[in-house]
Ligand binder design. Structure first.
Ligand code: CUA
Length: 313
């Protein structure tokens, strides 16, 4: 409905329409009440100005109807905004169905992206149309913010933690990627392009780039070269194992030494690699050394991709 408004960026994702509707609703409500209040101020100022014959207006000592009216109408309007906003917020945070995982690492001043089979890009991102894509993002230095106006999605990219964002592109084309958080001298140059292609074009594009190593394969190599496997042997609970088995671990809840429960997600694995003492699994000694400084953000993502593939047989 709003696609052709000249003030709006392209509208090219499944979320764009709903975001625009909510935005226009809020602008319309604000504009309506601003005009109404402005108009009433002017009208009343003229109606009740000082009269030459000293007449005064009748005093109103309370009106239930008026009270109800100006309570119920704003309440209904605000409730509509709240319900619209909250349901959209939930939708934006829950990728529907099967999503393709891609990884984005922000760095002063560029965006590095990696595809599921290992293809890499810098400041560019190719995605197929009509496919849900989930981005797992982090930063190597300061806070950035990954922003695709045409998709109406934006999320802060914070060092030391993962943020996720999903979209499904609906229209082939080339759209802007911006950094929306001031991050230093060249913040304004931290821009990129997102190429939305038909599935055939995307396949063709994939076959034209050096495939690179899939993240989980690179992750396995790191897992071995950093000697993670000496303590995290695959055999679950084997006598003498110094660290918990990682098989089938992702997504599960684990009991911690201090009695708490922890869901094993990307953030928890990352923390366990760089700050192993933070949360120790019950039944194990705090003996793991930190890998901070020995492993970069992209490599941590690869190790996580590998751990995700470790399913119970
Ligand atoms: Cu990165 Cu602004």
């Amino acid at each position: 409905m709003w696609e052709n408004l000249p003030l709006f960026p392209d509208s090219a994702s499944t979320l764009a329409g709903d975001v625009d509707r909510l935005y226009i609703f809020l602008v319309a409500v604000s504009a309506f009440f601003s005009l109404l209040i402005c108009g009433l101020i002017i009208t009343f100022a003229m109606m009740y100005r000082r009269k030459p014959d000293g007449r005064v207006a009748a005093r109103i000592e309370g009106s239930l109807q008026l009270e109800l009216l100006w309570t119920i109408i704003p309440f209904a309007v605000m409730l509509t905004a709240f319900i619209g906003g909250a349901s959209l917020y939930v939708r934006m945070n829950t990728p529907p169905g099967e999503a393709v995982d891609m990884y984005v690492v922000g760095k002063q001043w560029m965006w590095k992206a990696q595809h599921p089979r290992g293809e890499r890009e810098i400041n560019d991102l190719h995605v197929p149309v009509g496919q849900t894509v989930r981005l797992t993002m982090t930063s190597e230095d300061v806070i950035h913010s990954f922003y695709i106006p045409a998709f109406r999605v934006k999320r802060d990219v914070v060092p030391g933690r993962y943020s996720q964002l999903w979209f499904e592109a609906t229209k082939p084309g080339v759209y802007h990627i911006f950094c929306a958080e001031y991050c230093g001298t060249k913040h304004s140059a931290m821009i990129g392009k997102i190429y939305v292609q038909t599935p055939e074009e995307y396949q063709q594009w994939l076959s034209g780039v050096p495939a690179g190593e899939p993240p989980e394969v690179a992750g396995l190599r790191l897992f071995e070269s950093l000697r993670c496997n000496t303590c995290h042997a695959d055999t679950s609970g084997a006598a003498g194992a110094r660290g918990p088995s990682l098989v089938g671990l992702f997504g599960k809840r684990v009991q911690l030494r201090d009695g708490g429960l922890q869901i094993v997600d990307e953030d928890y694995i990352r923390e366990s690699i760089v700050k192993p003492m933070a949360k120790i699994t019950a039944g194990f000694d705090p003996i793991m050394p930190t890998y901070q400084g020995q492993i970069g953000e992209e490599q941590i993502l690869q190790v996580i991709a590998y751990i995700k593939t470790l399913r119970a047989p």
